[in-house]
Design a protein around this ligand. Structure first.
Ligand SMILES: *Cc1c(COP(=O)(O)O)cnc(C)c1O
Length: 219
C-alpha cells in the first residue's frame, strides 16, 4: 500500500502548478484488488474510491460503506441501462455518461429514487473505435442534453489512448470543459496523474500505484 507516497506526489504536483490539493480528489481505483489491500487503504483513512463494474462494486462496497462512514464511490467504467438503478443507488458519481439515451435513463431512475450521483460526460478524445465516450465533436451537444435533463453535471472524463502523449488529450478535455463552463475534469491514472494535474484535473483515478499491480484481468 503506497497511499502516503501517492498523496505526497499529488501534493507536490499541485504545488508545482499553483493548485491547491483540496481541488484534486484522489479516486483510489480498487477494482479487482484483494479485499485486504482495500481495507488497508480504508484503515489509513482514505474514503474516495473508484470501481469500473457495477456488479463487482455491489458485492463489496455496501459492507465497507457500513464499516467506514464517509465513503465516496465513483463509477469509472461503462454503464449499461439495466444497471442504472443499482448504480444510482450505490455510487456518488458516475464518470461514464456517453449518450443521451443513458442520460435520460439516469434521469428517470434518479427521479424515482430521489437521489442522483454527480455526473461526468466521457469524451473519447482519441476517437478510438473500441473505446467508450462521445467523440470530441459531439461533446457539447451531450453536455447540453444532460443539462436540459436537469442532472447534476460535474464535468468531463477521458482515458487517453495507450500509446499517445496523454497531455494532448488532457489539454483537449480541458478545452472542451472550459468552453462549456464545466469545472470538473476526471483525468490521469497511475502513469500520468501528475501531468493531468498540470492540465487542471480535479479527479485523478489511481489504481495500481496505490494498491499494487492487479492480479487478475479487469474485464
Ligand atoms: C483501472 C482504471 C484506472 C486506474 O488505472 P491504474 O493504471 O491502475 O491507475 C483509471 N481509470 C479507469 C477508467 C480505469 O478503468
Amino acid at each position: 500500500m503506497t497511499l502516503p507516497s501517492i498523496t505526497e506526489r499529488l501534493r507536490a504536483a499541485c504545488e508545482r502548478h499553483g493548485r491547491s490539493p483540496a481541488e484534486v480528489a484522489l479516486v483510489a481505483v480498487s477494482k479487482v484488488q484483494p479485499p485486504e489491500r482495500v481495507e488497508a487503504v480504508l484503515h489509513a483513512g482514505h474514503r474516495c474510491f473508484g470501481e469500473n463494474r457495477v456488479q463487482e462494486a455491489q458485492g463489496k462496497w455496501p459492507a465497507w460503506k457500513e464499516a467506514f462512514p464517509g465513503v465516496e464511490l465513483h463509477l469509472i467504467g461503462p454503464l449499461q441501462s439495466n444497471k442504472v438503478r443499482a448504480a444510482v443507488g450505490l455510487f456518488d458519481a458516475i464518470h461514464t455518461v456517453d449518450s443521451a439515451k443513458l442520460a435520460r435513463r439516469i434521469a428517470d431512475i434518479a427521479q424515482q429514487e430521489g437521489r442522483c450521483p454527480r455526473l461526468f460526460v466521457q469524451v473519447n478524445t482519441g476517437e478510438e473505435p473500441q473505446k467508450a465516450g462521445v467523440p470530441p465533436t459531439e461533446a457539447d451537444a451531450l453536455v447540453r442534453e444532460v443539462r436540459a435533463l436537469d442532472l447534476p453535471l460535474a464535468g468531463l472524463m477521458c482515458i487517453p489512448p495507450e500509446h499517445e502523449t496523454p497531455s494532448l488529450h488532457f489539454a483537449l478535455l480541458a478545452k472542451i470543459a472550459a468552453r462549456n463552463g464545466l469545472a470538473g475534469l476526471s483525468m490521469g491514472m497511475s502513469a500520468d496523474f501528475e501531468e493531468a494535474i498540470a492540465h487542471g484535473a480535479t479527479h485523478v483515478r489511481v489504481g495500481s500505484a496505490i494498491f499494487g499491480e492487479r492480479t487478475r484481468a479487469e474485464t
